[in-house]
Unconditional design. Structure first.
Ligand SMILES: [Zn+2]
Length: 270
């Protein structure tokens, strides 16, 4: 039996599922002195039970099969609180821990991060398309702060609502396949992503970047930060996930926009 070196299990100390590292604590050599089989054997040897009168053959004529199985104790260490506890495993003939510990950990964390942020990505991506095809009403309603627009002309109410709903739909779809996240989280994420987008636009107007003009870093991660902030009250996002997303989102964002630009869905490259 092969056992994953890293498993997601319930930690009774953290009271939630966390990643655990798994080690083999002990492979027990022998069975108990008087196991159930042993007791039955002795009883029959004393003359009790079936002696071949019924459908089963008498124990003396039965073929004895020796099963070389061991009970195994595993040691689980919670990655978050560091507490350890042991867990018994069923009888197995062979046990080994699967290697590639670091790889599995990174892989799990990458997949979890992407799965988590997917509604926000979709919100952002759909805003590009909706803004182009359905955008009518400016989000700032034509308001100005000083002599500059409050928000850019590309920020529309249709885009905002549509993108939030897209995020909601994506999380419902995810929920039906993956059992998570809560659709409410997806919705909040969509609203957060769009709020972040608008906030980015607001900042760009203040410092005088032309509408649609680039502002590196802010363009790529503003929506992410506000989306996570919106979700945070109902779901405490793990720090490693936040860090991972902060590093990788700009790359994904730029790649997507470049594709959208090439396909003619977006007027600018960023
Ligand atoms: Zn724990």
């Amino acid at each position: 039996m092969k056992i994953p070196a890293v498993q997601r299990r319930y930690c009774p100390y953290c009271r939630k599922h966390t990643l655990h590292t798994v080690k083999i604590e002990k492979v027990r050599k022998t069975r108990r002195a008087l196991s159930l089989g042993e007791r039955k054997k002795r009883r029959r040897a004393r003359g009790h039970g079936n002696h071949g009168k019924y459908s089963k053959r008498p124990i003396s004529q039965r073929k004895r099969v020796v099963k070389n199985v061991h009970k195994v104790d595993l040691r689980l260490t919670c990655k978050e609180c560091g507490k350890t506890r042991s867990m018994g495993l069923k009888r197995v003939s062979r046990v080994e821990i699967k290697a590639k510990r670091v790889f599995i950990l990174v892989q799990m964390s990458v997949l979890r991060s992407l799965r988590f942020i997917l509604p926000a990505y979709f919100a952002n991506a759909s805003a590009v398309l909706r803004g182009k095809y359905f955008g009518r009403t400016r989000m700032d309603g034509g308001l100005k702060l000083g002599d500059k627009d409050l928000l850019g002309p590309h920020k529309t109410r249709e885009g905002f609502i549509g993108a939030s709903l897209t995020a909601f739909v994506i999380s419902v779809l995810q929920r039906s396949v993956l059992k998570r996240p809560e659709p409410l989280i997806g919705f909040l994420m969509g609203v957060g992503a769009m709020t972040g987008d608008a906030l980015g636009s607001f900042i760009k107007r203040r410092i005088g970047v032309s509408p649609g003009g680039p502002l590196p870093v802010l363009d790529q991660i503003m929506f992410l930060i506000v989306a996570i902030a919106f979700v945070y009250p109902i779901y405490e996002v793990p720090l490693d996930r936040v860090l991972f997303l902060l590093i990788f989102t700009p790359a994904i964002h730029l790649a997507f926009n470049l594709i959208a630009y090439r396909l003619g869905l977006k007027e600018v490259r960023w």
